[in-house]
Design a protein around this ligand. Sequence first.
Ligand code: 5AD
Ligand code: SF4
Length: 451
Amino acid sequence: MSKGTFLLESYGCQMNISDSEIVAAILSDQGYTQTQEVKEADIILLNTCAIRENAEQKIRWRLKELKSLDEKHNKIIGVLGCMAERLKHKFLEEEQLLDIVVGPDAYRDLPNLIKIAEEGGKGVNVFLSKEETYADIAPVRFGSNGVSAFISIMRGCDNMCTFCVVPFTRGRERSRDPYTIVEEARQAYEQGYREVTLLGQNVDSYIWAGGGLKKDIPAEKREQAITFSKLLEMVAKVAPDLRIRFSTSHPKDITDDVLRVMADYPNICKYIHLPVQSGSSAMLKKMNRGYTREWYLKKIDIIRKYLPDCGISSDIITGFCDETEDDHKQTLSLMEEVKFDFAYMFMYSERPGTPAERKFSDNVPPEVKKRRLQEVIELQQKHSAYHTSKFVGKICEVLIEGVSRKSDKDWMGRNSQNTVVVFPKGNETPGEYVKVKITSCTSTTLVGEKI
Ligand code: 5AD
Ligand code: SF4
């Protein structure tokens, strides 16, 4: 018999979605049933993000909405993940309707916390762990398209970029047992998945020497440890028709070994998300990114040497502390030099508790941040269009993910470089590879015909 029905909503990054799949597995295993309907749910859980203020604002709005839907307060309402970890007990004081607050390392405690809430108490666990990687849990891929799956390979982050709240919400860096990762990829393949994305805050920093925090691994153990390039190879060998992607790479840590493995295995997608954040070395220093503009540009050259047709995308922040007009111009000129295929672009948003909040002044006026962001976005659109136009007339191998959002007469999939491709449906099925001749494009999408 079901112990109750839960609804789980994700409000963050890919890692947040992957965490929700772990939470769904923990609760299903304990006898709870999942629903997609608010009115059917006894328990509503929001998996939260803390990365920018507007991410947190979204959660506040959703909680307000839930309050009006649950006037009698007979549902249990909980928050999980990064914002829960950031605010801890304060979250309960600020949001009266909350019953449960759970940080990213405490999901196994959820059944217990739900019990406390059912008995009228408040359940809180924001303990950050040295060991937890949820290695033994087979995720319930409830939101998935049945073709591509996320696999979390590490947790936490040791980088301490000054703008970033993640080291405080997700704790210190630890890697997951590679054999459990390969096994999860194999199971996904057997279930019909044809693409896995290996997830971590900084995948190039992956290192397995038996478990525990990365910072505690002794030097002598590091030499024989399994690194990311090795892991990538192990996963690529699961099946030649299983596509491998990974995210996020760090410019200071990505190695030639990783690029060589990518070049050696056709099933490893030729796409790297390599956030630059800024084109100015002064800003990069202030952000504690661990590389300069020149280092980054050199990395791009090396990537293109190994992988001439590799798609490269980036994250860019405008208006970080003390950013001058000249710093901003350097971001634009770096973009001109690299011509990213795609970018996620943000205005700087000061986060409580980060090094930047403690040490620097958030002194670029909002209208300046906004105008700079606009300039970055416009330039990126030009570069995205440049990249998609280069595919016109060419043939791409596309993995079909499902029906196009715009028209149910078209399939939607991606090429190796992660660009979206749409083409008219025939008798294919999702999860199939097809060769598509590209006939036209927009700045984000390729349009073509199966050949
Ligand atoms: N303000 C704006 N953007 C941020 N990011 C991280 N922290 C902040 C912040 N405080 C961006 C970075 C990162 C991406 C996931 O979010 O570009 O790479
Ligand atoms: Fe993901 Fe970072 Fe947001 Fe956490 S704070 S959900 S790690 S983007």
